[in-house]
Design a protein around this ligand. Structure first.
Ligand SMILES: Nc1ncnc2c1ncn2[C@@H]1O[C@H](COP(=O)(O)OP(=O)(O)OP(=O)(O)O)[C@@H](O)[C@H]1O
Ligand code: FES
Length: 617
């Protein structure tokens, strides 16, 4: 961890990634491993250290590959050398080149670079103990698995599929729960989890341990190409094609996220083809985001169009799967491109316009009508008078998206994370829990499952550590939406002076380029200039120069007319909308009990009260 300007780890109030059964797993070498950023100096020290002890790591696509010396088990290097072999025949570990995470699939552990460094020092530092590790033994949640039956195979509805094919690709059947079961393995081919497909409604579940490093791979080890699919049905369809050149890999968490712990399992592939099924709009950009994580240079993409749909749809439409696979194109466009190279992109977007529009809010239908949806890669500015409800509104706006799987990172520089989390929880529950504390555990357990992360910065912060923490979160947690509340607090400006305006412009430009480069939606909550209360705020009311509203794709303004006229109302004004151009207003009726501005939540509450009128005490 960097000392000066300590980069605080992201506070994670949830472990929505996986259901964890601690008793199944090897104890972690570094159980208090905190997600922290790679310190380039530490990384170079580590590589220098390795050279000194004659350990030569292989520089892979996303990781360094090196023999593991983290625990007692790996005495193989010496033994291998004694047999005239080479040291690198020992058990392999991986160091992520972006985060520095040290991942050893042989004992299914993840540690920090600092901890790993000690294990490679000669002589071993005094006091450093190589804990004895044992091979992780994964205990399945489904003890009654049998071979797939003809009935179970028919239930999949894949024409011509035989149960023998399913058994051949590692599928098993759980008759009581009526589901197909697949084992997830890590880079050392150890079973570390399981993924199941419920035949009744086709929903999938993934169960893994803390290290969440498992993948589902079909194909022989000598294949250097793989097709990445996002669900088990597509995995089954393609695995049963027995493609001569490609392995088939099913991502463990659909399009929601790709844990860095899985990357060692993909290191052996020189080419990866994304052939995804965009199940709902917020994953439209998943392939681009994942490609950035696993090295774009080796990634190709089959852009979903009517003639090149997801594998199971292509099979159903009797399209030639091998022919579609050959048409995969590079994810990353060259510096100069042509309309021809973009043609498929454009066609794909036109045929999937609903997905391209982004995630729809369930609580704010007017926003969907005007903004069409919430899209990755955009910059939104929210402003409004002091105390008008910017944080409260943004809290509910982000909650709505997170409830639909949009992984969200909050940077709350003004109010404490606990107060923000309490607001989010109350908006989630729909009423205060202070006099229903017996319900807290239930709601907190439900709430924890959502992909919500909070930076632990508070008050004034330099931009660099904030951007580094956001970049880290977008890599490790596949964050899709970042909220900075509020920018002036982060900059620590009470009164804007000339250089502060310049500084703010530089910060806005940095967030703008981050949003575009990492394909993450960034929302900046900003104070307005001091203006007369009776005047409407406009895009030029935003603090600082015009750069903020010029760079922004969307400008949202809370107008509060209650302060200046008897019949005054409070509403949200869409003052800028680069995507579809529609401007307009959304009334903001406030439900104090639920801290909600949502007309949907309020009308649902009124309906409930009609059915069960509240008895007055
Ligand atoms: N429409 C409303 N009617 C009544 N109270 C509201 C309304 N909107 C928000 N509040 C309450 O007002 C308080 C301030 O809200 P909030 O912190 O969201 O405002 P803000 O604009 O973010 O403030 P600041 O400008 O200080 O950041 C909160 O306690 C919130 O619950
Ligand atoms: S072999 Fe790597 S931790 Fe045991």
């Amino acid at each position: 961890m960097r000392r000066a300007g300590l980069i605080k780890p992201l506070l994670r109030i949830n472990n929505h990634k996986s259901r964890v059964r601690k008793e199944n797993y090897a104890t972690h070498i570094d159980t208090d491993y905190a997600e922290s950023l790679l310190d380039p100096k530490e990384y170079l020290d580590f590589k220098r250290q390795l050279r000194q002890i004659n350990v030569h790591p292989k520089d892979g696509h996303t990781c360094l590959h090196l023999e593991c010396r983290l625990c007692e088990r790996n005495r193989q290097p010496a033994a291998a050398q004694a047999r005239g072999g080479t040291a690198d025949q020992g058990l392999l570990a991986y160091v992520n080149k972006r985060t520095g995470a040290f991942i050893c699939p042989n004992c299914d552990v993840k540690s920090s670079l600092a901890n790993a460094l000690a294990a490679y020092q000669v002589p071993t530092p005094a006091g450093y103990q190589r804990p004895p590790q044992k091979k992780p033994v994964y205990e399945t949640r489904f003890p009654n698995l049998i071979d797939v039956t003809p009935e179970a195979c028919d239930a999949l509805g894949i024409k011509g599929l035989k149960e023998s094919q399913l058994n051949a690709i590692g599928a098993q059947f759980e008759p009581e729960q009526n589901l197909l079961h697949f084992k997830l393995r890590n880079a050392a081919q150890l079973v570390v989890g399981e993924k199941v497909l419920h035949l009744s409604d086709r929903h999938e579940e993934t169960f893994q341990g803390i290290c969440i490093s498992g993948l589902l791979v079909h194909g022989t080890g000598n294949k250097s190409k793989a097709v990445l699919v996002s669900n088990l049905i597509d995995f089954i369809v393609l695995s049963c094609q027995n493609l001569e050149t490609h392995c088939i890999v099913c991502l463990p968490y659909e399009l929601k996220m790709l844990p860095q712990e899985c990357l060692p399992g993909l290191e052996r592939f020189k080419e990866l083809v994304f052939w995804l099924h965009y199940d709902s709009s917020h994953n439209w950009d998943a392939a681009r985001a994942f490609a950035q994580k696993i090295d774009e240079k080796r990634c190709l993409l089959i852009r979903p169009t009517e003639t090149e749909p997801a594998p199971h749809l292509a099979l159903r439409r009797r399209l030639n799967l091998r022919h579609i696979l050959l048409k995969a194109t590079p994810v990353r466009h060259k510096a100069i491109t042509t309309f021809g190279a973009m043609k498929n992109d454009i066609l794909s977007e036109l045929q999937n316009i609903e997905k391209v529009n982004g995630v729809k809010w369930k609580r704010f239908p007017v926003l969907n009508k005007l903004l069409k949806g919430h899209r990755r890669g955009e910059l939104t500015i929210l402003t409004g008078p002091t105390g008008s409800g910017k944080t409260t509104f943004m809290s509910e706006y982000s909650l709505d998206l997170a409830m639909q799987g949009v992984s969200t990172l909050w940077g709350s520089f003004e109010i404490r994370n606990t107060r923000l989390a309490a607001t989010l929880l109350r908006q989630y529950v729909g009423y205060p829990l202070d006099n229903k504390l017996q319900e807290f555990d239930h709601w907190a357990t439900e709430f924890e499952r959502m992909p919500l992360y909070f930076m632990t910065f508070h008050g004034q912060q330099p931009l660099k550590p904030v951007l580094e923490a956001i970049e880290h979160a977008s890599y490790v947690h596949d964050v899709m939406h970042v909220i900075i509340d509020n920018l002036q607090f982060m900059m620590g400006v009470s009164s804007m002076r000339g250089d502060k305006f310049w500084e703010q412009d530089a910060i806005i430009a940095a967030f703008r380029s981050f949003a575009t480069k990492h394909n993450v939606h960034v929302t900046l909550v900003m104070h307005p200039r001091k203006e007369r209360q009776e005047d409407d705020l406009t895009t030029s009311s935003v603090f600082g120069t015009a750069k903020a509203t010029q760079e922004a794709d969307n400008v949202l303004i809370i107008q509060d007319k209650r302060l200046t006229s008897v019949r005054g109302k409070k509403y949200l004004q869409i003052a800028k909308n680069r995507y579809s151009g529609d401007l307009g207003i959304m009334p903001l009726e406030f439900d104090k009990e639920a801290l909600s501005y949502s007309s949907q939540v309020q009308s649902a509450k009124r309906r409930k009260e009609k059915v069960e009128p509240t008895t007055e005490a």
